[in-house]
Every structure is written in structure tokens, then in C-alpha cells.
Design a protein around this ligand. Structure first.
Ligand SMILES: CC(C)(COP(=O)(O)OP(=O)(O)OC[C@H]1O[C@@H](n2cnc3c(N)ncnc32)[C@H](O)[C@@H]1OP(=O)(O)O)[C@@H](O)C(=O)NCCC(=O)NCCS
Length: 507
């Protein structure tokens, strides 16, 4: 309001009027000649003057219009200065349409870092430095002269070669489909039982070594199952084509794929090279011609390698420094069945456990898989999708582990649907299989059968129904996060407690 001065405004208007008048006067002839002299050239001059006057008049019109506009704008400005309110919503009201919360997200991150820094300091003051990279070796080896886990991994090559041999015999017709199926079944059954028996019976196999071996065999099992299925589909396709007297799949004209690779056709794929490419490729689903990237990008490869090394160290360090002390301090409340202290320990464990799980996700699904894919020029890099936005449990399982989900759909779920099983039965069967493997990977290495992992996986079905039925949007997303944050440490505590009671209580 300080610059509002009506008197000053009137004075300015007066000044402007004076200026206009003098400017108009200055447009009169001012060359100093008499009117008589002017008469001679009056006609010629008048036409020239007429044109000039017209021009000047138009300039003057534009000027006065601009002045009018300015006046109007000034009046508007003054009006604006007079009124400073309009009808509008507060930003945090949902109807305001405002949705830029980037600053709040940053605030959450800052708060998270600060609160965890406090926890970190408290942990250091209480326990000192517990990180010991050398101790990691003892997790894999009990006896430095006996390496059962490494031996078992080497032995796994026998199953790979057996699978390839069976497929070759089937392609040549030396094995009938039934014989081939039986040989595959024996191979698969041995693949699951033999390493489990060794892990259970050989005392020098440590729980971590055992889990590593069984993980390797499980991945191999799923890969070889896919290998068997795809080769069977190829045979079926070539039989159909042969019946239709079309050109056989087995003698195609070779042509190149995008990556410049030669396209392989059945049974040209049944080679050691093709088999081992699949064994090391970051996928569980076999294909005769995988999409290939044109070349290895060294900078990408080195970045992933650095991440792999860094995050594995971080995982080990955080487990030793943060997880293990909490787990150890939870044993007493668990033994005493002290419910309130048990809950407190569970919540305390939830934070490091969840953080480790997230780091593991990045380490495995992003760094390691991309590293392997880049090294092998494997083109399909969709190892995960945006599971963090899951608003339903179903969405989470469809998106968090794409290699397993793809395998489940291609080799188990869809075949069941095609055989006429209902959707719910097929989904339950997939979760049952997944629950079996989860339990297999935990119980066998720990040498105790408690079914916590199995129950956790099977519980996903009612949980999926509940979240899908009653929760939507952000509530659904929060429910998925809660199940991950609380469900996992609960299972971890149960296993560790049972393991502790079984092995160390008497000591
Ligand atoms: C069980 C599971 C496979 C269901 O997957 P889903 O995507 O929810 O299944 P849907 O019913 O939506 O159908 C998926 C596919 O089957 C197809 N389908 C559905 N009904 C069909 C039918 N009657 N016949 C043929 N195909 C059918 C759909 O078209 C869809 O095909 P698309 O993938 O090509 O689009 C999934 O939840 C899963 O993978 N669970 C286990 C995950 C797991 O254990 N992971 C372990 C991680 S550690």
C-alpha cells in the first residue's frame, strides 16, 4: 500500500497530457518560410505532407493505444495490489490436486539415516567391532582338508551331462519317449536326494556350505527340467511338421539373429557348448536361441563387479555386526516365552533383517545377474520388475523374482491349466512347490525339519486373498511391505531359536 498515491497519479496524468499537446504542436511546419512562399509548392507539398501526416497519425494512434494498454495494465496492477486473496485449497488438502512430495521423501531418507546412525553408534559402543571377514571362510568350511560343498558342486556336472546324453538319444530315436522320460525322472530325483543326503550325513558340511550346494542343485534342477521340456516341444513340433509334409525343423537354412549369432535349430542345439551356456546364463527357462547383446560393455561390467564385491562385504559386515548380536540376545526371551520381550526383539531384528534383504535383492538380482548376463552377452535383463509398488501380494510374486516366476508359469502353472485344472488349484500347486523348495533349502542344511519356511510360503495364498479382497492402493502396498518386514524376521527367529535349542542348549 505504500506506493499508492492518488495525488501523484493525477499529476502524472496531467504531465502526460501536456507532453502530448506539445508533441502535436511540434508536428506543424517549422521550416521558417512565409505562407506566400509556401503557396507555390503547396500542391506538391500538401500531397507529401498528407502521406507523412497519415503516417504520423498512425504512429500516434499506435502510441496512444499502447498508452491506453499501459494505463489499463496499471489499473489492473493496482487492482491486484488491492486484493490479495482468492478461493483456493490448502496444499495438504486432498482436493488441492497437489502431489509433489519430493521434499518429504528426502526428509524420510534424512530421518532414516539419522536414526540408523544412532543405532549404529549404539551398536558399536555396546559390542565393539564384530566384523571379521576371515570368519566367513569358517562358515563354508569346518575342516580345511575336507571340501564337501565344493566337491558336490563339481559332481553336479554328472547330472548336466546325463541330461544332455538323454536328449541326444531321444533326438536320434535311440531312446523312446517313455525311456527318455524315465531316465530324466531318475536324473531329477537323484539331483534332489543325493546332495541332500550328503549334507545330512557328512558332518563336515556347514549350514552355509549346505545351503550353497542345495541352492546350486535346485537351480540346476529347474534349468534341466526346462531343457527337457523345450526339447520335447521341439520334437513334437517337428513330428507335426513332418506329418504335414512340411520342411523339417532339423534341416533349416541357417540365418543370423540380431547379435550376429547363427540361429540354431533342433537337434543342432544338443551340444556341450549350448548346454553350458544355458547352465551359466542368468535364466531358468531354456530357449534354443537366446536374445544376445551385440558386445560386452567393459564399463558396465566393471561397475557391476564393483557393486558385487562391495555389497557382499556389506552383507557380511552387517550380519556380523548387527544381526547376530540381536539374534543372540533374543534367545533368552524366546526360551522363557516372554511375549513382550519377544515382540521387542522381533521388531528390533526386523530393521537389519529387512535392510539385508534389500541389499541382497540388489546384489543378486541387479549386480550379479547383470554381471553374468553382460559377460555372456545374454540380452534379456528383466530379472525383476517394480515389486516395490505392489498393492497386492499376487503382484509381488509376479514381479520380484522374474526368473522363478517365468519358470513357474511356463513349466508348471500353464501346463496345469492346459490339463484342465482350475486357476486356484494351479496357483496352490505352484505355491506348494515353491514352499517345498524353500523348506528344502533351509531345513536340510540346518539338519532340522520345522516347516516354518513351508508355512510362510503357503500362508501367501490366504494373505493374497485377504489383501486383494479388503485392501486397496496404498493400504495394499503397506500390507505387502508389512508382510515382508515382519514375516521374514519371524521365520528367522524361529529357525535360529530351534537350531540353538537343538545344538547348544546343553552346552
Ligand atoms: C502362481 C503364479 C505362477 C501365478 O501367476 P499369475 O501371473 O498370477 O497368473 P495368472 O492367472 O494371472 O496368469 C498368468 C498367465 O497364464 C495365462 N492363463 C491364465 N489362465 C489360463 C488358462 N486357463 N489357460 C492358459 N493360460 C492361462 C494368462 O493369460 C497369463 O499369461 P501371460 O503371462 O502370457 O500374460 C505366480 O503367483 C507365481 O509365480 N508364484 C510363485 C512365485 C514364487 O514362488 N517365487 C519364488 C520366489 S523366491
Amino acid at each position: 500500500m505504500g506506493d499508492w498515491d492518488p495525488a501523484g497519479g493525477a499529476a502524472t496524468r496531467r504531465r502526460r497530457a501536456t507532453l502530448t499537446a506539445s508533441r502535436t504542436a511540434s508536428l506543424q511546419p517549422a521550416n521558417g518560410r512565409s505562407p506566400a512562399a509556401c503557396d507555390i509548392s503547396a500542391t506538391a507539398e500538401s500531397s507529401a505532407n498528407d502521406g507523412q501526416r497519415r503516417r504520423e497519425r498512425s504512429v500516434e494512434t499506435v502510441r496512444s493505444k499502447a498508452r491506453g494498454d499501459k494505463k489499463k495494465q496499471r489499473r489492473n496492477d493496482l487492482g491486484d495490489r488491492m486484493s490479495c486473496h482468492k478461493t483456493q485449497e490448502s496444499l495438504l488438502t486432498s482436493t488441492s490436486g497437489y502431489n509433489n512430495y519430493r521434499g518429504v521423501l528426502n526428509w524420510c531418507v534424512v530421518m532414516l539415516v539419522l536414526s540408523n546412525a544412532r543405532l549404529f553408534l549404539e551398536n558399536l559402543l555396546r559390542y565393539g567391532v564384530l566384523v571379521d571377514p576371515v570368519q566367513v571362510v569358517s562358515l563354508f568350511l569346518n575342516d580345511p582338508y575336507s571340501w564337501p560343498a565344493a566337491c558336490l558342486v563339481i559332481v553336479s556336472n554328472v547330472f548336466i551331462v546325463a541330461s544332455l546324453y538323454t536328449e541326444r538319444q531321444l533326438s536320434k530315436g535311440s531312446f523312446s519317449e517313455l525311456v527318455g522320460f524315465l531316465v530324466h525322472c531318475i536324473n531329477f530325483a537323484t539331483m534332489l536326494t543325493f546332495p541332500a543326503a550328503v549334507v545330512l550325513l557328512v558332518p563336515s558340511v556347514t549350514p552355509v556350505g549346505g545351503a550353497f550346494v542345495l541352492g546350486t542343485y535346485t537351480i540346476l534342477f529347474l534349468k534341466l527340467y526346462s531343457y527337457k521340456d523345450v526339447n520335447l516341444w521341439c520334437r513334437e513340433l517337428s513330428t507335426i511338421k513332418a506329418k504335414k509334409l512340411a520342411r523339417s525343423l532339423s534341416c533349416p537354412s541357417p540365418h543370423t539373429l540380431n547379435g550376429g549369432e547363427l540361429k540354431v535349430c533342433y537337434p543342432g542345439n544338443l551340444t556341450i557348448r549350448d548346454m553350458y551356456y544355458f547352465v551359466f546364463a542368468p535364466t531358468l527357462c531354456y530357449e534354443l536361441n537366446f536374445p544376445r547383446s551385440p558386445k560386452i560393455r567393459m564399463s558396465f561390467l566393471l561397475r557391476r563387479l564393483f557393486e558385487m564385491l562391495f555389497f557382499i562385504q556389506l552383507l557380511v559386515g552387517l550380519t556380523q555386526q548387527w544381526m547376530i548380536p540381536i539374534i543372540q540376545s533374543s534367545m533368552k526371551p524366546l526360551e522363557d516365552m516372554d511375549l513382550s520381550r519377544m515382540t521387542e526383539r522381533l521388531l528390533r531384528l526386523a530393521v537389519p533383517n529387512h535392510l539385508l534383504w534389500l541389499i541382497f535383492f540388489y546384489w543378486f538380482f541387479h549386480s550379479s545377474m547383470n554381471f553374468t548376463a553382460e559377460l555372456l552377452r545374454f540380452g534379456d535383463r528383466q530379472f525383476y520388475k517394480d515389486w516395490w509398488n505392489s498393492e497386492t501380494v499376487t503382484y509381488f510374486w509376479q514381479n520380484w523374482n522374474i526368473p522363478v516366476h517365468k519358470w513357474c508359469l511356463r513349466h508348471f502353472y500353464k501346463p496345469l491349466l492346459r490339463r484342465g485344472f482350475s486357476k486356484i488349484i494351479s496357483q496352490s500347486a505352484v505355491f506348494f512347490l515353491s514352499a517345498f523348495f524353500h523348506e528344502y533349502l533351509v531345513s536340510v542344511p540346518l539338519r532340522m525339519f520345522r516347516l516354518w519356511a513351508f508355512t510362510g510360503m503357503m500362508a501367501q495364498l490366504p494373505l493374497a486373498w485377504f489383501v486383494g479382497r479388503f485392501l486397496r492402493g496404498n493400504y495394499g502396498n503397506a500390507a505387502v511391505w508389512m508382510s515382508l518386514i515382519i514375516g521374514q524376521p519371524f521365520a528367522v527367529l524361529m529357525y535360529v531359536h530351534d537350531y540353538y535349542v537343538l545344538h547348544y542348549r546343553e552346552e
